[in-house]
Design a protein around this ligand. Sequence first.
Ligand SMILES: *[C@@H]1O[C@H](CO)[C@@H](O)[C@H](O)[C@H]1NC(C)=O
Ligand SMILES: *[C@@H]1O[C@H](CO)[C@@H](O)[C@H](O)[C@H]1NC(C)=O
Length: 167
Amino acid sequence: MVAIKFLCTLLIIATAALVTIVDAFDPQLMLKLVNNERKKAGVPELTLDSKLTKAAQKQTDFMVSTDNLTHDNPAGSLGKRIQDAGYKFSNVGENIAKGFGTNEEVRVMDVWMKSSGHRANILNKAFTNLGVGFGGGKYWTQDFGRRSRSTRKSKRNVTKPARLIEN
Ligand SMILES: *[C@@H]1O[C@H](CO)[C@@H](O)[C@H](O)[C@H]1NC(C)=O
Ligand SMILES: *[C@@H]1O[C@H](CO)[C@@H](O)[C@H](O)[C@H]1NC(C)=O
């Protein structure tokens, strides 16, 4: 009995360690890859924003929990989700992908750049900030934004491209 309990404890620790390893990713590397593309295209570079990162990770966590690649979320539209994360915006966009694993920033960016909707977000000169999320060993989110002092919905521009699946 004691042995079984011990084994269970070990398994839980092993699982926790595995989850941590599986979800390893590097937002700074993603930022660098995005900015390399923007430099090539002659558009201003982005900086990471903690509120956009929070929104991107939340959407990632939702996709992991439902195992579904989607911009839709009962928490609201992309605009609402980003506003609720505390980021007041004039422009916002979201790229998502499924099927790219741990530390595959380079591969997911390559495939996003070959997809016109995702590429348009990555190179959109209106954006100034980036947030990155990763989870479940396969779900990626990029949230792009430009801050605004105004919260008027009529002044907001929300662009979101098609979802991308690669296995
Ligand atoms: C998955 O997401 C798609 C696109 O948003 C949606 O139409 C579909 O109902 C979702 N499926 C599940 C099982 O939640
Ligand atoms: C939204 O932004 C895109 C890209 O910056 C632009 O092409 C489009 O005209 C804008 N739409 C509105 C409604 O402002």
